[in-house]
Design a protein around this ligand. Sequence first.
Ligand code: 5GP
Length: 197
Amino acid sequence: MTVPDSAAVPPGHLVIVSGPSGAGKSTLLCRVLDQSTFPLAVSTSATTRNRRPGEIDGESYHFLSPEAFETHRQAGDFLECKEVFGRGHWYGTLREPVTSGLNAGKWVILEIDVEGALDVLQQFPGAITIFIHPGSVAELERRLRSRATESEDAIQQRLAEAGRELERAATYQHQVINDNLDHAVQEICDILAEQGD
Ligand code: 5GP
C-alpha cells in the first residue's frame, strides 16, 4: 500500500522571519500575534548572550550559559543553531517545541538569522519565508543606538551583519518594509491569510 505523502506532513505551518537586528521584528511579531486569527506560536530561541533590561528568561529567550548551550547542541536538541555576530554569542531553535507545535496544528514562527533559515529550509522546504527590512540603514542605526544596551563595537558588528543579511533578502518569498508599524503588521497578517486560504 502506498502511504500518501501528506501523512508525513505535520498539520501546522512553519513561518521563518528574518531581518537585521534592529529592524523591529519582535515588536512587529507581538502585534501580529495580537491581531491574527490564526493559532500562532512564536518559538522561543535559546541564546548565550546577556539578557537586556526588560527581557524575560523563557519568554524573550531561554538564556543559557555557554556550557548548557553546548550540552543541548551535543545532544542534537537544536533544529538549527548558529554563532551570530562573530565570536561568543550562540543562538538556536530548540527542535521539540517546534515539532510539537506543528503537530498540534499551530503556525510556528521562527525569528532567526539568514544562516539558520537556510538550515531550517533544508528540513522544512515548505516553510513560509518573510524578510523584514528596516525603513532605512539610518533608521536601523538609530534603533540600535536607542537601545543603549550595547557597546560601540557590538553596534558596528550588528550594522556589518545587517549588510550581509540584506544581501540575502531576495531569497525570501515575502519582503516587508517596516517603515510604518501598522502597515507592516497588516502586510504580515495578509501574507499569513493568503497561505491559510
Ligand atoms: P538579538 O540579539 O538582537 O535578540 O538577536 C540577534 C539576531 O539573532 C536576530 O537577528 C535574530 O534573527 C537572530 N536569532 C535569534 N534567535 C535565533 C535562533 O534561534 N537561531 C538563529 N540562527 N538566529 C537567531
